[in-house]
Structures are given as C-alpha cells and as structure tokens.
Write a protein that binds this ligand. Structure first.
Ligand code: MRU
Length: 330
C-alpha cells in the first residue's frame, strides 16, 4: 500500500485526489486506467512535477498488471509522456517504464519501478526539506509561489517541505502565499496544506509581492521547479520570474528547491525548456469578455543569475557549483 496526501495505491487500484475540487471537496478519482490518468494530468486534477511522474508510472503499472503487452505499455507510456510538456519528472518516470518494457518486460517489473519512483520521491522530499530548513532561521517571513507541498509530490514536498520542516523544528515562521493566477494553486492548495499543518500564513494576490518586499516583510523566497536546465535556469509556474526579479531588487534571498528528477542535464539553458500554453479560458475566467484574445503560458523561466541557491536532494548549491556542474554529481 502506498499512500500520500494526493494518491493511494493498494496493488490493484490507484486513486488520486481531484486537485481541481480542492479545497472545497475531497473527491478521489480512479486513476487505474492510464487513459483517464492522461486526462487528469492534462486538466491538472493531478498536478505538480513529481506527482505527475509518480501517478503516470503507477497507472502504467496498473495497465501492465491488467494484462497489457510490452508494446501496449510502450504506446501508452508515449501517450502519457505528452500529457504535459514542461515538467521533466513526467518524462523521467515514463521513460523508466519504457526502458524496462523494451529490455525485459514483466508486469511485476513495471510495478517495481513505479513503486520505486514513489518511494524515492518520498526520500528526495525529506532530503530537500532538511537542506532547505537549514537555510530558514527563527522569525523568517517566507514567500512562496504555486503549490510545492504534499499534493505535488509523493512526500512532504520541495519548497513547502522545507517550510514544513523548519516549522517542525520549532522555528517561528510566517508564510506569504501567492495565490498564483490563473489556476490558484497557491490560494486553493498551498493555503489548504498550510492550514492543515497549522503553519501561520497569509494569502496574497500575486501582484502584492513587490509591496510586501518593499515593506521589509519578506526575508526569503522559496519556490519549486518543473525543470532545471544544466546552467541553472529553471522553469516554474508562471509568475515565478517576476518574484525573482522583485527579490533581487529588494535583496531578498531567492531559493529554488527540487529533486534530481527535475534536473534536465540534456537541456542547456532555460531558453530550451518547452513551455506549455494552456486554454485561454483559464485566463478569461468568468469576468472577462469571453472572446478576449489571451496568451496563457503555464510556466516561465527564471535565469540562474537571479537565484541565490538551488536546494536539491544532494545539497544546496551556489551559482559557481552550478556552472562547474558539481550539482550533477551523485
Ligand atoms: O501546473 P502545475 O500546478 O503542475 O505547476 C506546478 C508548479 O509549478 C510547481 O511549482 C512545480 O511543479 C514543483 S512541485 C514540487
């Protein structure tokens, strides 16, 4: 049995919490069918870079256990890989399954890989959380963007995991949560997680971050990532880049936290990271003219020069260690 805040797997059935319904309703969806899992990932009912990889792999395990052949599993894996283009964790997880299906397929083998991806992510979150918490001092006021917690991973989360660990260490911290337009992962999901954990927090609109920094109310920024390029540039939820620019202007340390499954050594720099564009309806909502032209990139790229430190599972790295490639060693 595998269990996290967003996912349950009992060896037969895979269930995932519908993150579009949170925080108002806790609805569990059956994710055993990988075709349905594709839809859940596309619609962000299942979301967060590590979680989409974990959920895709487990749905492939269910498929293999239902009697699918190696060829069918490979075809489905290729389909799932295309559900979202930016988070490289999805490609990492699906490619591990495809590799096995090509070299020595068995349903048990696929399940072992999927379970390993889940359990490894739990451990990676723990390591990231500890490294990140070491950077957080008593009394800090931390700003975060999007949702990087237990809903987005198999474990405690990445940036939010560090915040949670610092809180558990007894440090008195306060978290400013960007609501994260247009889909409100901060307002709906991070605020919900922080409330459940009893961590003091304040929800703000994305466009308030600058004012808070000018008022001296933000001492550090922690965000997650969907893909970190070899030069340290990284993609994360749209709005992250603006926060990084503001943080540099106001001399607020800015940290990105992620596991190695988010690092893409094959991508040289941020300009090579594919950025997902989503449905205009997400931006229009119900209030704008329904024919208003829209541009809706789901992610932006923050250049390495704006990052104070990369909090990875194998330690905290500075710009020099990124440039030398030290962060890639394990
Ligand atoms: O579109 P989403 O909600 O999947 O975007 C999620 C993010 O941008 C997170 O910050 C990122 O995946 C890291 S989750 C640990």
């Amino acid at each position: 049995m595998l269990e996290s805040l967003a996912l349950k797997y009992d060896g037969q059935t895979l269930q995932v919490i519908d993150q579009q319904k949170l925080p108002h309703a806790e609805v569990w969806l059956n994710g055993t069918d990988p075709l349905k899992m594709y839809d859940y990932i596309r619609t962000l009912q299942v979301r967060g870079a590590p979680m989409i990889g974990v959920a895709a792999a487990l749905s492939l395990a269910c498929y293999a256990k239902s009697g699918a052949t190696a060829e069918q599993v490979i075809k489905m894996a290729i389909h799932l890989r295309e559900a979202r283009p930016t988070a490289v964790n999805l490609m990492y997880a699906v490619d591990r399954v495809t590799e096995l299906a090509r070299t020595g397929f068995s349903a048990q083998g696929v399940e072992d890989i999927a379970v390993d991806i889940f359990k490894t992510d739990e451990t990676l979150c723990e390591q990231i959380s500890l490294h990140g918490a070491n950077l957080i001092k008593d009394g800090e006021q931390i700003l975060t963007h999007c949702n990087t917690g237990a809903l987005a991973t198999a474990g405690w989360g990445t940036a939010l995991g560090a915040i949670r660990k610092a809180h558990e260490q007894g440090k008195k911290i306060h978290v400013y949560v960007d609501e994260t337009r247009p889909l409100l992962q901060g307002g709906r999901l991070t605020a919900w997680e922080l409330a459940k954990l009893g961590i003091p927090h304040t929800l703000i609109c994305d466009n308030m971050a600058g004012m808070l920094m000018a008022q001296g109310r933000v001492s550090k920024v922690f965000v997650g990532s969907d893909r970190i390029a070899r030069n340290g540039d990284f993609a994360n939820k749209i709005g992250t880049y603006s926060v990084a620019v503001l943080a540099q202007y106001h001399k607020v340390p800015f940290y990105v936290a992620a596991p190695f499954t988010t690092v893409d050594a094959l991508t040289a720099s941020g300009k090579d990271i594919p950025i997902e564009e989503r449905n205009p309806k997400e931006v229009r909502g119900e209030m704008s003219p329904q024919d208003a032209p829209v541009y809706n990139p789901a992610f932006d790229v923050t250049p390495a020069e704006l990052v104070t430190g990369w909090v990875l599972d194998n330690g905290v790295f500075n710009k020099d260690q990124i440039t030398s490639g030290e962060f890639l060693k394990r």
